[in-house]
Design a protein. Structure first.
Length: 155
Protein backbone atom coordinates (compact mmCIF):
# COMPACT_ATOMS: atom_id res chain seq x y z
CA UNK A 1 0.00 0.00 0.00
CA UNK A 2 1.16 3.50 -0.80
CA UNK A 3 2.41 5.10 2.44
CA UNK A 4 1.09 8.49 1.23
CA UNK A 5 -2.50 7.23 1.46
CA UNK A 6 -4.20 8.55 4.57
CA UNK A 7 -5.31 5.71 6.89
CA UNK A 8 -6.98 7.76 9.64
CA UNK A 9 -9.30 10.79 9.67
CA UNK A 10 -10.15 13.17 12.52
CA UNK A 11 -13.63 14.62 13.10
CA UNK A 12 -12.70 17.86 11.34
CA UNK A 13 -11.36 15.93 8.33
CA UNK A 14 -14.60 13.91 8.19
CA UNK A 15 -16.50 17.24 8.14
CA UNK A 16 -14.49 18.12 5.02
CA UNK A 17 -15.51 14.81 3.36
CA UNK A 18 -19.17 14.33 4.36
CA UNK A 19 -22.00 16.88 4.10
CA UNK A 20 -23.51 15.95 7.50
CA UNK A 21 -23.59 18.48 10.33
CA UNK A 22 -24.84 18.50 13.92
CA UNK A 23 -26.94 16.74 15.04
CA UNK A 24 -26.56 14.29 12.14
CA UNK A 25 -22.76 14.06 11.98
CA UNK A 26 -22.42 10.66 13.66
CA UNK A 27 -18.80 9.62 13.07
CA UNK A 28 -16.14 10.86 15.48
CA UNK A 29 -13.09 9.31 13.83
CA UNK A 30 -11.97 6.96 11.09
CA UNK A 31 -9.31 4.72 12.60
CA UNK A 32 -8.57 2.57 9.54
CA UNK A 33 -9.16 3.30 5.87
CA UNK A 34 -8.33 1.16 2.86
CA UNK A 35 -9.10 3.06 -0.37
CA UNK A 36 -12.00 1.70 -2.42
CA UNK A 37 -12.42 -1.22 0.01
CA UNK A 38 -13.29 -0.45 3.63
CA UNK A 39 -13.18 1.88 6.60
CA UNK A 40 -13.44 1.48 10.35
CA UNK A 41 -15.07 4.36 12.20
CA UNK A 42 -15.73 5.27 15.82
CA UNK A 43 -18.85 6.81 17.36
CA UNK A 44 -18.63 7.63 21.06
CA UNK A 45 -22.10 7.47 22.59
CA UNK A 46 -22.75 10.17 25.20
CA UNK A 47 -25.78 10.92 27.34
CA UNK A 48 -25.93 14.54 26.19
CA UNK A 49 -26.89 13.59 22.60
CA UNK A 50 -30.28 15.00 21.60
CA UNK A 51 -31.98 11.64 20.88
CA UNK A 52 -31.68 10.54 24.52
CA UNK A 53 -34.05 13.29 25.72
CA UNK A 54 -36.98 11.43 24.19
CA UNK A 55 -35.85 7.90 23.37
CA UNK A 56 -36.54 5.86 26.50
CA UNK A 57 -35.79 8.62 29.05
CA UNK A 58 -34.35 7.07 32.18
CA UNK A 59 -33.14 4.04 30.17
CA UNK A 60 -31.46 5.63 27.13
CA UNK A 61 -30.87 3.36 24.15
CA UNK A 62 -29.42 4.61 20.88
CA UNK A 63 -32.10 4.38 18.17
CA UNK A 64 -31.36 1.66 15.64
CA UNK A 65 -31.95 4.03 12.75
CA UNK A 66 -29.09 6.20 14.02
CA UNK A 67 -26.79 3.19 14.30
CA UNK A 68 -27.56 2.36 10.66
CA UNK A 69 -27.02 6.00 9.67
CA UNK A 70 -23.65 6.07 11.49
CA UNK A 71 -22.56 2.92 9.63
CA UNK A 72 -23.66 4.52 6.35
CA UNK A 73 -21.60 7.62 7.11
CA UNK A 74 -18.50 5.45 7.56
CA UNK A 75 -19.35 3.94 4.17
CA UNK A 76 -19.73 7.47 2.81
CA UNK A 77 -16.08 8.11 3.61
CA UNK A 78 -15.11 5.10 1.47
CA UNK A 79 -17.43 6.07 -1.39
CA UNK A 80 -16.58 9.75 -1.51
CA UNK A 81 -12.87 8.98 -1.92
CA UNK A 82 -13.32 6.79 -5.02
CA UNK A 83 -12.10 8.61 -8.14
CA UNK A 84 -15.03 9.39 -10.45
CA UNK A 85 -17.72 9.25 -7.76
CA UNK A 86 -19.19 12.74 -7.95
CA UNK A 87 -22.34 13.77 -6.15
CA UNK A 88 -24.20 12.97 -3.00
CA UNK A 89 -24.25 9.35 -1.80
CA UNK A 90 -27.73 8.47 -0.51
CA UNK A 91 -29.48 5.30 0.65
CA UNK A 92 -31.02 3.20 -2.11
CA UNK A 93 -31.86 0.29 0.18
CA UNK A 94 -31.20 -1.40 3.48
CA UNK A 95 -31.26 -5.21 3.71
CA UNK A 96 -30.63 -7.91 6.28
CA UNK A 97 -30.18 -5.46 9.16
CA UNK A 98 -30.20 -7.09 12.58
CA UNK A 99 -29.76 -5.53 15.99
CA UNK A 100 -27.98 -7.82 18.45
CA UNK A 101 -27.50 -5.72 21.60
CA UNK A 102 -28.54 -2.30 22.85
CA UNK A 103 -26.14 0.61 22.48
CA UNK A 104 -26.19 2.96 25.47
CA UNK A 105 -24.38 6.09 26.66
CA UNK A 106 -20.79 5.31 27.57
CA UNK A 107 -20.43 2.80 24.73
CA UNK A 108 -17.91 3.19 21.92
CA UNK A 109 -19.44 1.99 18.66
CA UNK A 110 -16.81 0.57 16.30
CA UNK A 111 -18.20 0.36 12.76
CA UNK A 112 -16.57 -1.60 9.93
CA UNK A 113 -17.95 -1.01 6.45
CA UNK A 114 -16.75 -2.96 3.41
CA UNK A 115 -17.58 -2.11 -0.17
CA UNK A 116 -19.04 -5.23 -1.82
CA UNK A 117 -19.84 -3.87 -5.28
CA UNK A 118 -20.04 -0.64 -7.24
CA UNK A 119 -21.61 -0.25 -10.69
CA UNK A 120 -20.94 2.57 -13.11
CA UNK A 121 -19.81 4.73 -10.15
CA UNK A 122 -23.53 5.35 -9.47
CA UNK A 123 -24.87 2.37 -7.48
CA UNK A 124 -23.37 -0.02 -5.00
CA UNK A 125 -23.62 -2.20 -1.95
CA UNK A 126 -21.74 -2.30 1.36
CA UNK A 127 -21.66 -4.70 4.29
CA UNK A 128 -21.64 -2.92 7.64
CA UNK A 129 -20.99 -4.13 11.20
CA UNK A 130 -21.17 -2.19 14.44
CA UNK A 131 -19.60 -3.58 17.61
CA UNK A 132 -19.32 -2.51 21.24
CA UNK A 133 -16.51 -4.06 23.30
CA UNK A 134 -16.05 -6.72 20.61
CA UNK A 135 -19.72 -7.74 20.71
CA UNK A 136 -21.86 -7.40 17.60
CA UNK A 137 -24.49 -4.68 18.06
CA UNK A 138 -25.78 -4.36 14.49
CA UNK A 139 -25.01 -5.53 10.97
CA UNK A 140 -26.56 -5.38 7.55
CA UNK A 141 -26.24 -4.55 3.86
CA UNK A 142 -26.52 -0.93 2.77
CA UNK A 143 -27.20 0.00 -0.85
CA UNK A 144 -26.41 3.45 -2.15
CA UNK A 145 -26.99 5.67 -5.14
CA UNK A 146 -24.94 8.67 -6.17
CA UNK A 147 -27.17 11.62 -7.04
CA UNK A 148 -26.41 15.12 -8.20
CA UNK A 149 -26.09 17.41 -5.21
CA UNK A 150 -28.30 20.48 -4.99
CA UNK A 151 -25.17 22.65 -4.85
CA UNK A 152 -24.08 21.20 -8.21
CA UNK A 153 -27.31 22.05 -10.06
CA UNK A 154 -27.50 25.05 -12.34
CA UNK A 155 -30.45 27.41 -12.05
Amino acid sequence: MNPAIKREYSASEIYDILPHRYPFALVDRIIDYVPEKRAVGIKNITLNEPQFQGHFPGQPIMPGVLIVEAMAQVGGVVLSQIPGVNGLCVFAGIDKVRFRRPVVPGDCLVMTVELLAIKRLRFGKMHARAEVDGQLACEGELMFSVVESAAGRSS
